[in-house]
Design a protein around this ligand. Structure first.
Ligand SMILES: [Zn+2]
Length: 459
């Protein structure tokens, strides 16, 4: 089937022009001015902005946690993502300490296969690096899982020590992958959490006060040093603050490149939200929200090219699940819902308010993630031969975020009542219109696993 999108303003990471896009099957087959072709389906995109489908490389769907699961399934989470213009997500497989990477992959594939509505891929979180795990790295890369997540926090569950980190980096470098990191100093945080809890300081604000900026800055610096030593490509997930970004800036002084992702919440929300009673639990996540000066750092970092990606760390829980920590902040499930609103929030708060350009917007919501994680140019841009993953956004529509109207499987929003300018009108995924005028037109099972290429650490 052929689809023709006419007269839209096409924005890529480098271009901005009005043209028609011809789609044949799942792929873009031609782009040009006033294309004279017959298509079964024609979409008039006059006055609309056209972006490559969004890529959110940091989500947690149906993640097992504290005896429960994050509340979006692959079906509800990837569908909500599509509503907001994100056509591909990368979720995290968590190896269980003592078990193999293969066992974890099988578990996660079992939940995703046949259930995802939008496209997805996986990072592999290595929580137990030993000789047998080492032997599985190449196997995972052959499966198309080319990024390996590490935790410098959560000792006894997810954390690996620096010895394991170096060993993993050497193997991943050799096999053509990238190591990503949750860069916070776990021991410092564990100390502060225990101290606050034992002193009876148990409100959500103590979650924030137990993870001061230095815990992230120190770990980011250490990670940069270790990737420099091993020459393994490195990527810091959910970087939030000035001190951590300065660690990356320092690395550039010795000509090192460390990739950086921040998340939409760190750009638009700040720690004053914790200054209320238990309601602050809505924004309990790790790292926590930071200060206004950190927001300024992150916007500047995007424009300076130090921050390449804006993700979400989408890890939703219902308000009832959040009550697990009613009397103790350390028991509040960490995470907040954002998969649906990343693209529209960044457009409204970033592009419309003059903080980033349209081209930069495409870079950080799609193109850079595709390049860093081995999906480019199949994903992440609008080009002939690439997947027809396309967002048509109407910049003139204003709308309001609310849990009553969002599509994520949770009963609150961290952005309730926010007025946004610019709304996703239609979304195509591999050539098919999947969202149109706020209706989802495909069923679960439409989403496909994206097998990723080896990565080089250059983009
Ligand atoms: Zn995460």
């Amino acid at each position: 089937m052929k689809t023709l999108i006419q007269h839209g303003r096409i924005i890529s990471a480098s271009d901005d022009y009005v043209a028609d896009i011809l789609i044949d099957g799942e792929l873009i087959s031609a782009i040009g001015k006033d294309l004279a072709v017959n298509a079964e389906q024609t979409i008039d995109a006059s006055g609309m902005l056209i972006f490559p489908g969004g890529i959110d490389p940091h989500v947690h769907l149906e993640m097992p946690f504290m005896g429960t699961f994050s509340s979006d399934t692959y079906e509800t989470g990837t569908r909500a993502a599509l509503y907001g213009g994100t056509t591909t997500v990368i979720d995290f497989i968590l190896q269980k300490q003592g078990n193999s990477l293969r066992a974890a992959l099988d578990e996660w594939s079992g939940r995703a296969t046949g259930n995802a509505v939008g496209d997805y891929s996986f990072h592999m979180a290595v929580t137990d690096f030993n000789d047998s795990t080492k032997g599985e790295i190449k196997e995972m890369i052959d499966e198309g899982i080319t990024s390996f997540k590490t935790f410098m926090a959560y000792k006894g569950a997810l954390m690996i020590d620096d010895r394991q980190m170096i060993g993993l980096m050497e193997e991943v470098k050799q096999q053509g992958g990238i190591v990503t990191v949750h860069a916070t100093n776990g021991d410092m945080i564990d100390y502060l959490v225990q101290k606050n809890v034992s002193e009876g300081k148990r409100a959500p604000i103590y979650h924030y006060l137990s993870q001061p900026e230095v815990t992230e800055a120190e770990a980011s610096e250490r990670f940069a040093d270790m990737t420099n030593y091993t020459e393994c490509p490195g990527y810091i997930v959910h970087l939030t603050c000035e001190g951590a970004l300065n660690a990356v800036r320092n690395a550039t002084r010795r000509n090192q490149k460390v990739f950086v992702e921040t998340c939409i919440q760190y750009l638009v929300l700040d720690a004053s939200l914790y200054e209320q009673d238990f309601d602050g639990a809505k924004w309990v996540m790790s790292p926590p929200l930071r200060e206004k000066k950190d927001q300024a750092t992150l916007w500047a970092g995007i424009n300076q090219g130090l921050v390449q990606v804006v993700g979400t760390d989408h890890c939703p829980f219902t308000w009832e699940q959040k009550q697990m920590g009613k009397d103790d902040f350390s028991k509040i499930p960490n995470g907040h819902p954002a998969i649906e609103h990343r693209m529209e929030l960044l457009f409204s708060e970033g592009v419309n308010k003059g903080k980033i350009s349209l081209n930069k917007y495409v870079e950080v919501t799609s193109t850079n993630a595709a390049k860093i994680f081995g999906m480019f140019p199949k994903k992440g841009t609008i080009s002939v031969g690439g997947d027809a993953d396309i967002v048509i956004l109407d910049p003139s529509v204003k709308h309001t975020i609310s849990a009553k109207t969002h599509h994520m499987n949770t009963d609150y929003s961290g952005y309730e009542g926010w007025d946004l300018s610019g709304k996703v009108k239609s979304v195509l995924l591999r050539g098919k219109v999947v969202i149109d005028d706020n209706k989802c037109l495909v069923e679960k099972g439409y989403g496909q696993f994206v097998k990723r290429k080896k990565v080089s650490g250059i983009i």
